[in-house]
Design a protein around this ligand. Structure first.
Ligand SMILES: O=c1ccn([C@@H]2O[C@H](COP(=O)(O)O)[C@@H](O)[C@H]2O)c(=O)[nH]1
Length: 232
């Protein structure tokens, strides 16, 4: 299984089809808000029919009953991974799992992971703007432990927290890490960034890569370069 999840941050079905048609193997892709709000959840069917694996990144964050209902419907889409914000608390995350179990196809629910502190959030933004005191790593670890207590399968975190999360939550608890940049790439809007090489060294289970692949001159070549690094 591929360890690189490609973020399909596009605004039309045509862009998705053109992009994925360049690959002659199944790719693990991430469908987020941009694509879902442009094309609706119909896009999931299109991507599944092309044979790709899907992380549906809608980051649910609401009261438990609402998240449960939302997850019940998302489970029926047959995607591989869905997610919530860990900031919604343990009752909300438990409700997410209940919803997924109710909506599961043939008794098999999607994996559910929790976003800890977004990779675009720096230490300063977390302390001074959001108002969470202490170190980012401690909040991420606490959120990860809450996610595990609620029965989730893993978290979204930065590469810098992956090792500590595996130490406190176990090696089977998934760490899915965006904020990946090639050494020559600009950080852009991300704060806690790292290279694929460093992600492998830190034991990240999956990396999420968007613009470094989708906006590269040769996306297939860049994808393979990154995936080969992760599989070393
Ligand atoms: O903490 C998070 C959670 C999700 N993301 C998503 O990952 C990709 C990253 O795209 P790049 O172009 O590689 O920066 C994007 O879809 C985000 O919504 C994240 O970056 N950080």
């Amino acid at each position: 299984m591929s360890k690189t999840i490609v973020a399909l941050d596009f605004s039309s079905k045509q862009e998705v089809v053109d992009f994925l048609s360049q690959f002659d193997e199944p790719v693990y892709v991430k469908v987020g808000m941009e694509l879902t709000y442009a094309c609706g959840l119909e896009i999931i069917k299109t991507i599944k029919e092309m044979g790709h694996h899907i992380f549906l990144d809608l980051k649910l964050h609401d009261i438990p009953n609402t998240v449960k209902g939302g997850m019940k419907n998302l489970a029926a889409l047959g995607v591989d991974i869905v997610n919530v914000h860990a900031a919604g608390g343990i009752p909300m995350m438990k409700a997410a799992i209940e919803g997924l179990e109710e909506g599961a196809i043939d008794g098999k629910r999607p994996l559910c992971i929790a976003v800890t502190i977004l990779t675009s959030i720096s230490q300063e933004i977390m302390n001074d703007q959001i108002g969470i005191e202490g170190e980012v790593i401690d909040t991420v670890k606490r959120y990860a432990q809450n996610a595990k207590a609620a029965g989730l399968d893993g978290v979204v975190c930065s590469v810098y927290e992956a090792k500590a999360i595996h130490e406190v939550c176990g090696d089977d608890f998934l760490t899915v890490t965006p904020g990946i940049r090639l050494a020559t790439d600009a950080k852009g809007d991300q704060a806690r960034v790292a290279t694929p090489d460093f992600a492998r060294e830190q034991g990240c289970d999956y990396i999420v890569v968007g613009r470094s692949i989708t906006k590269s001159e040769n996306p297939v070549k860049t994808y393979h370069l990154i995936e080969d690094t992760m599989q070393k």
